[in-house]
Design a protein around this ligand. Structure first.
Ligand code: NBP
Length: 486
């Protein structure tokens, strides 16, 4: 085993794009970084190319890597979620000593993180599942980091993670989220919100392009303008850039040359599944996952076009509906903002439900704080969310905060108008529309659930409760239809 004179304060295992950028970020911020990758070529390439950025200690075996770390050892795993992560944890556990800390920075399923923490603790080590957001750029220049795991690990890890996280108004975008799987759970919902945020932007684009007949370049300018207001965010900013780009070869807008099929990897899908399991109506997030699934149903989409599924009477554009373009653009902006608000409100509901279920005590204010920088959903709007939970930490729903309620009063009519127009134009706006259905559902004094209870009692004697008296009731549907109290 190699003897190391100087030891590393942190190590990174897995040197693909995320791991190597994170290792460089640590090195640039004055940490001596131990680096290891399964195939040594990546380790060599990283150190060769970036040794001028700081101190790296490369290793070509896990044992050497572990020996190059100061105690308690801290190693961040940046490999694929699933079996690769389990394999690396096993190797590290064998080589490490009691009290050392293994951090999984990949996109693990939080239930795997809970299991891993238990298994690693049984082997005498600490395990921290940390969500890391911001993609490769964030990993290099400052991500938003969501670590779970034991509070005592955070005391050791906190200062190191703070040294590489994004910083907003002097506050690093990292904090201890809660025990065991809390960090990865929160990262999962963050990604679910990201799906919805991207989809509502997509729906706005679709309406402006195929409803208002605007060119990608014109829409890019609209997004640039929107980026200076309530919608100011990383995703709106990059949308303007994507729409502005022309393919040098053909001179066509790049957007028209990209195949319109979006995949949905682990985290977005998990957020929807978890919402169902926890019984939280995260409709905007789930619809955004389904929108991607539909986009990828290539064979069905092709058949539907070939068969010319009837559209009914649809307008070719907003002028046919007598709608002014400038007014429409502003309505779409407001509809986007409203649907986005619902997606965030639902995401925070899911986090609260997960936190209650697992006794994590996640503070929503912390999340709004650390998502303001580094991560994909970073936005000015998160300051408002932070203020909302500051004012009332027990807010029953984000949209019930007085500021957001006032905003919704301004957004609701344009939001309804846009959905009506989208229907008349035959353009799909699944998240705009489902978010409004959720909103109206929440507001409704009476929901048809009463009828559903009646149906359930009819065919399955499921019983029902009444609004006018306490108790449980059943109707003898097949006989005299008398209502009896049970
Ligand atoms: P990948 O997940 O694509 O790369 C895996 C790396 O792990 C390779 O360098 C591979 O080595 C190494 N590895 C080791 Br060490 N042991 C392995 C094993 N037993 N099996 C398989 N691979 C092993 O890297 P990534 O895109 O940098 O992502 C890393 C993690 O960060 C993932 O969990 C991802 O979900 C998460 N994440 C990614 C992003 C993003 O924007 N890409 C954003 C946020 C989070 P090799 O060279 O020998 O194959």
């Amino acid at each position: 085993m190699t003897e190391h004179k100087d030891l590393a304060s942190i190590g990174v295992v897995g040197l693909a794009v995320m791991g190597s950028n994170l290792a460089r970020n640590f090195a640039r911020n004055g940490q001596t970084v131990a680096v290891y990758n399964r195939s040594p070529e990546k380790t060599r390439a990283l150190v060769e190319e970036f040794c001028s950025e700081g101190n790296f200690i490369p290793s070509e075996s896990v044992e050497d890597f572990v020996a190059s770390l100061e105690r308690p050892r801290k190693a961040i795993i940046m490999v694929q979620a699933g079996t690769a992560t389990d394999a690396v944890i096993d190797q590290l556990c064998d080589a490490m000593d009691d009290g050392d800390i293994i951090i999984d920075g990949g996109n693990a399923l939080y239930t795997d993180t809970i299991r891993r923490e238990r298994e690693v603790a049984a082997r005498g080590k600490h395990f921290v599942g940390a969500g890391i957001s911001g993609g490769e750029e964030g990993a290099l220049n400052g991500p938003s980091i969501m670590p779970g795991g034991p509070a005592e690990s955070w005391e050791t890890l906190g200062p190191i993670l703070e040294s590489v996280a994004a910083v907003v108004d002097g506050t690093p975008c990292v904090t201890h989220i809660g025990p065991n799987g809390a960090g990865h759970f929160v990262k999962m919902v963050h990604n679910g919100i990201e799906y919805a945020d991207m989809q509502v932007i997509g729906e706005a684009y679709q309406l402006l392009r195929y409803g208002a007949g605007m060119t990608p370049k014109e829409i890019s300018e609209v997004f640039t303008e929107w980026n200076s207001g309530d919608l100011d965010s990383y995703l709106i900013d990059i949308t303007a850039e994507v729409l502005a780009l022309e393919d040098a070869e053909s001179g066509k807008p790049l957007i028209d040359l990209i195949v319109d099929e979006a995949g949905q990897k682990g985290t977005g899908r998990w957020t929807a599944i978890e919402g169902l399991q926890l019984g939280v109506p995260i409709t905007a997030i789930a619809e955004s996952v389904f929108a991607r699934v539909l986009s990828s149903a290539t064979a069905q989409r092709q058949a539907a076009q070939e068969e010319q599924l009837p559209s009914g009477e649809v307008a070719a554009g907003i002028s046919q509906l007598g709608i002014d373009k400038k007014a429409f653009v502003e309505d779409v902006r407001r509809a986007l903002y409203a649907a986005k608000l619902i997606a965030y409100s639902q995401g925070f509901d899911e986090i609260k439900a997960g936190s209650d279920e697992h006794n994590w005590d996640v503070d929503p204010r912390d999340l709004a704080t650390i998502w303001r920088g580094g991560c994909i959903i970073r936005a000015k709007f998160l300051n408002r969310i932070r203020d909302a939970y500051d004012t009332n930490p027990a807010l029953p729903a984000l949209i019930l905060d007085p500021y957001f309620k006032n905003e919704l009063a301004e957004l609701i009519d344009p939001w309804r108008r846009v959905i009506v127009s989208a229907t008349q134009l035959g353009l799909p706006v699944p998240v705009f529309a489902s978010a409004l259905a959720y909103y109206d559902g929440l507001r409704a004094e009476r929901l048809p659930a009463a009828l559903i209870q009646g149906q359930r009692d009819y065919f399955g004697a499921h019983t029902f409760k009444r609004v006018d008296k306490p108790g449980t009731f059943h109707v003898e549907w097949s006989g005299a239809r008398t209502i009896s109290s049970l």
